[in-house]
Design a protein around this ligand. Structure first.
Ligand SMILES: [Zn+2]
Ligand SMILES: [Zn+2]
Length: 133
C-alpha cells in the first residue's frame, strides 16, 4: 500500500485501529501488538494504550524470565527468587529460603550466627567512633 510508505507517521496498524474505532487516534494513544509481532496487524492482536502505559509494558519482562518460583526449605512456603541472583557465583548462602527470617533461623541452628555476630560487632564499633567525630 503506497500511501502508507509515503508517510512514515501513518502506520498501518494505527490506521486499521482508527477504522475500527471510527475515530482518529490522539498523539497520546499507541497501538500495541499484543503478541509482540509488529507485522501481525490482525485486529485481535491490536490494542490501544496510552503512551506512558505502553512504554511501561515494554519495559517489563515476562515473569519467568526474571523470577523463578521456589519452595522455602524451612517453612515450605512458596516464594519468588530473582533468577540473576540464583546464577551469581559470589552468593554464599543458597537461595532456598522464603526470606531473611527463615534463612537466619537456619543459620542459627547451624551455629554459624555466633561468628558472624562478633564480626559485625567489631565493624559497628568502628563506625560508631567515626560517627562521634
Ligand atoms: Zn507495543
Ligand atoms: Zn520460609
Amino acid at each position: 500500500m503506497i500511501w502508507f510508505s509515503n508517510n512514515s507517521r501513518t502506520q498501518l496498524h494505527r490506521w486499521l485501529m482508527e477504522q475500527f474505532l471510527g475515530k482518529k487516534l490522539s498523539n497520546n494513544e499507541v497501538v500495541h501488538h499484543k503478541n509482540g509481532i509488529t507485522t501481525d496487524n490482525r485486529l485481535e492482536n491490536l490494542e490501544v494504550q496510552s503512551r506512558s502505559q505502553h512504554t511501561k509494558n515494554h519495559k517489563t519482562k515476562p515473569f519467568d524470565e526474571v523470577y523463578e518460583k521456589r519452595k522455602c526449605k524451612r517453612c515450605g512456603k512458596e516464594f519468588v527468587a530473582i533468577k540473576r541472583y540464583l546464577r551469581s557465583k559470589w552468593r554464599k548462602t543458597p537461595y532456598i529460603f522464603c526470606g531473611r527470617s527463615c534463612g537466619a533461623k537456619d543459620q542459627w541452628e547451624r551455629g554459624s550466627v555466633g561468628r558472624r555476630f562478633k564480626r559485625s560487632n567489631l565493624r559497628s564499633g568502628l563506625t560508631g567512633s567515626d560517627a562521634a567525630l
